[in-house]
Ligand binder design. Structure first.
Ligand SMILES: Cc1ncc(COP(=O)(O)O)c(C=O)c1O
Length: 385
């Protein structure tokens, strides 16, 4: 029998059975009536998920592709952007812009911090000529497991009376952490299929505000595959300029149905409840968390690895002995933390099981953990006692 594994990296995530069954449908004509209707319905449901009236487009790509789409559709060579730099994925956003000949100013943030709102506001106030066209930032920086305060970021931009577009990477928050696109004035939101949406990788999704569409009109960076205008023209009729990943659309229809059935608010609450219990569990067993509670992510948790413990041994033991697959630290956090994803299809007993595996792993590796105390702390948190 195949060993049952628990895929607890911060994406790709576990796929619910009903979504797997949806994936098993045969191909249909991608320019036919049936698929057009499916696309039209799915786009409407995506608006609810994104909490927006803005236009939604999708691309056959991983998340990085849509990050690039946001750059090439709204900017021109020599334009200036302010890119938040607080981890691997936020740095990638700045790198993509730089690669396209955009002038990138990095707003450095300590990797164990969220964006400092005063610092952002001050920087924007200093831009008296309003040369910064766009602010690039992650809602949830997956490499550190830290979530930025997007409502606060919108307020900081407004306080500075700055017209820059707000472009947000929501790849590891969409469907897990609330993102009020319209209320918080997020001009472009990029997301992808393999995390909170509980699908296989390969479909990316972007919402575009009217203000961002104005920028699209003047953008001079070259694009064909990523061209928002040509995708928009087609998607209005439930079609695409090229062959879409229809299997992912079949799955997306089902995953959006699951989210609707649970209720979006309840999905966010579940993620928050599980993340809180998980953090309490980690502390309860005697390990330290990388991020402070106020900024800690509800979709992924970063756990410090004590100096005397080998990070690779932790990750291997979790996998080999308990079937729990977790992520390591990336870049300068390699060997210093490990990351556990708890987004998508995840429930109470999953959290207890993962904590149990972590307790047993550290015990096996000879580290003096409070065996049973992590589980107990999480159980108490879940039971609210
Ligand atoms: C916040 C964030 N941004 C960007 C990416 C890159 O997405 P992809 O690997 O789908 O291209 C990831 C992937 O983990 C991510 O978590």
């Amino acid at each position: 029998m195949d060993k049952i594994t628990h895929l607890q990296i911060p994406g790709p995530t576990n796929i619910p059975d009903s979504v797997l069954r949806a994936f098993s449908r045969p191909n249909i004509k991608h320019r036919g009536e049936e698929f057009s209707e499916l696309v039209t319905d799915v786009i409407e449901d995506l608006k609810d998920l994104f909490m927006t009236e803005n236009e939604i487009l999708t691309f056959p790509s991983s998340g990085s592709g849509t990050m690039e789409s946001a750059i090439v559709n709204t900017l021109s060579p020599g334009d200036k952007v302010l890119a938040i730099s607080q981890g691997v994925f936020s740095n990638r956003f700045g790198d993509i812009a730089e690669d396209h000949g955009v002038e990138v100013e990095r707003l450095e943030v300590d990797w164990n911090s969220a964006v400092n709102l005063t610092k952002l506001e001050d920087r924007l106030k200093k831009d008296v000529d309003k040369t910064i066209k766009t602010i690039l930032l992650p809602h949830n920086e997956t490499s550190t497991a830290i979530t930025n305060d997007l409502a606060g970021i919108r307020e900081a931009i407004d306080n500075a009376n700055h017209p820059a577009l707000l472009v947000v990477d929501a790849i590891s928050s969409m469907g897990a952490i609330e993102l009020k696109t319209d209320e918080w004035g997020v001009d472009i939101v990029v997301a992808s299929s393999q995390k909170g949406l509980m699908l296989s990788p390969g479909l990316s999704i972007v919402s575009i505000s009217d203000k961002a569409w104005e920028a699209v009109k003047t953008s001079k960076l070259s694009k064909w595959y990523w061209d928002y205008e040509s995708v928009r023209e087609n998607i209005h009729n439930g079609r695409f300029p090229y062959t879409p990943p229809q299997t992912l659309y079949f799955g997306l229809e089902e995953s959006l149905r699951l989210i609707k059935e649970e209720g979006l608010e309840n999905v966010f609450k579940r993620h928050a409840t599980l993340a809180t219990a998980f953090r309490k569990g980690i502390r309860g067993m005697g390990l330290e968390l990388f991020a402070a509670d106020e900024i800690a992510s509800n979709s992924v948790t970063s756990i410090c690895i004590p100096e005397e413990v080998d990070a690779k041994a932790v990750i291997n033991t979790l996998k080999e002995d308990y079937g729990i697959i977790v992520g390591g630290g990336l870049s300068k956090l390699s060997g210093k933390i490990f990351r556990v994803g708890h987004l998508g299809a995840i429930y109470n007993v999953d959290i207890i099981g993962i904590l149990s595996g972590i307790e047993m792993t550290f015990t096996k590796l000879g580290y003096n953990i409070n065996l049973g105390q992590g589980i107990k702390a999480a159980q108490k948190s879940l039971l609210k006692i």
